[in-house]
Structures are given as C-alpha cells and as structure tokens.
Write a protein that binds this ligand. Structure first.
Ligand SMILES: [Zn+2]
Length: 152
C-alpha cells in the first residue's frame, strides 16, 4: 500500500511502522525518527516521532506509577499514530500542562501500539534512551480510545 503524497492527515502508516504483528511493530518503532521531545519527566515521557518510510507521525508516551508499598512500579509504553494536525496541536501545548488527560482529550479512537507492564521490580529511568535490553513482554495492538495510564 503506497500512501498518497499528501498523507499528512492520515494515520494509516505503512508496513514498516504499522505491520500487523505487534512485536514486529515494536522493533520497527526503534527506527522512528524523533522529531521533538515534549515532556521529559522520570515518570512521564512524551515525544513526537516520524516514520522514515512513509512520514506517518507518532506520539510516544511513557507513563510510570510508583508502587510505594511493594516497589513494583507499573509502566506503560505507547506508540500512537497521529495526524500532522494533531502533532501540531501537541507541539503548541505548554509542556508543564501536558498530562494523560490532555492527550486523551486531543486524540480520538484509533489503532495504537502499547505495552503495559503492571508489575516490575524497580524503575528503569534510562529507558527509552538506551533500549537494547527491553523487549516485547506484553506488546500488542489496541483499537479504540487512546487510554493513557495515570503517572506519578
Ligand atoms: Zn510508515
């Protein structure tokens, strides 16, 4: 499937950035070009990316919720395809006011890649900068409203 020249408004993606297999998509996501970091917090990370093959925009979201009792922090990683218009709106937001709800309000239902790690021993603040060891434990395609988990 070849995207049309003016594919900026679509969230169709291509075989490279949105293959049917979620694990393959996760691997491919490492090759997305980072355009802009919007939020860089130890428990909340938001950045804009672009597929080098088709130009599809993605917003990457990392959320972490600290488990103060057990130390088993829950983490979620998401790659959500967005239109150029949505990407522009995200860019104009005040980074200090971007939260899970802001993103959910902005983005309608769609197909997106997510990995949720409900329990995990210890946070990994270096992720996703150095992501060589992290692999696909619960990655899947989700369909519907973009649900961004709460974070600390
Ligand atoms: Zn693509």
């Amino acid at each position: 499937m070849t995207p049309p020249a003016d594919s900026n408004q679509s969230v169709s993606g291509c075989e490279v950035c949105m293959p049917p297999d979620a694990k393959q998509a996760w691997e491919s996501s490492k090759n997305l070009k980072r355009m802009q970091q919007l939020v860089h917090d130890s428990h909340f990370w938001v950045s804009l990316h672009r597929c080098p093959a088709c130009g599809q925009r993605f917003v990457f979201i990392f959320t972490e919720l600290i488990d103060w009792d057990q130390g088993d922090d829950s983490q979620a990683f998401m790659h959500v395809p967005v239109t150029e218009e949505e990407a522009s709106k995200l860019r104009t937001l005040d980074p200090d006011h971007i939260g899970s709800k802001t993103i959910m309000d902005l983005l309608g239902p769609r197909r997106y890649l997510e990995e949720i790690l409900p329990t995990r021993s210890g946070p990994d603040p270096d992720w996703p900068v150095s992501d060589d060891d992290h692999c696909c434990r619960g990655v899947r395609w989700s369909e519907g409203p973009v649900f961004v988990l709460p974070h600390d």
